[in-house]
Design a binder for this molecule. Structure first.
Ligand SMILES: [Zn+2]
Length: 123
């Protein structure tokens, strides 16, 4: 696995529907749309998607390590990631986000970036 094959995309380059405010950027409010930069496949993510993904990965350990090496540390209450394979091109993808704890039971999720590997399938 060559780490050079994984590209960094800022949140705004691949997401639609994120909110900006006075003290936050790229916040998930309800739902947002991700567009795969390899194949243009669109996926709708919900707030719950980030809540449930926190701390788990579907990647094999070796691939997880490659992504971990490229995942920046964010200034946040907590940091999370959501790993998946694009349903169309099978590019391994990690969405990196910060979780701001705003009550005892809820979080705001702010998307930082997507790390996207090579497409494994052509359309
Ligand atoms: Zn794709």
């Amino acid at each position: 696995m060559r780490s050079a094959a994984i590209d960094h995309f800022d949140a705004r380059a691949v997401f639609r529907g994120l909110l900006d405010g006075a003290d936050y950027r790229n916040r998930v409010a309800g739902t947002c749309i991700y567009r795969c930069p390899r194949c243009d496949h669109r996926i709708r993510f919900r707030w719950r998607s980030f809540y449930q993904a926190n701390g788990r990965s579907i990647f094999q350990r070796q691939l997880q390590r490659v992504f971990d090496d490229l995942t920046p540390g964010l200034p946040a209450d907590e940091q999370g990631f959501l790993d998946f394979y694009c349903p169309t091109c099978a590019a391994p993808t990690r969405i990196v986000f910060s979780a701001q704890d705003y009550t005892k039971i809820a979080y705001h999720f702010d998307i930082y970036a997507a790390l996207v590997g090579e497409a494994k399938r052509v359309k």
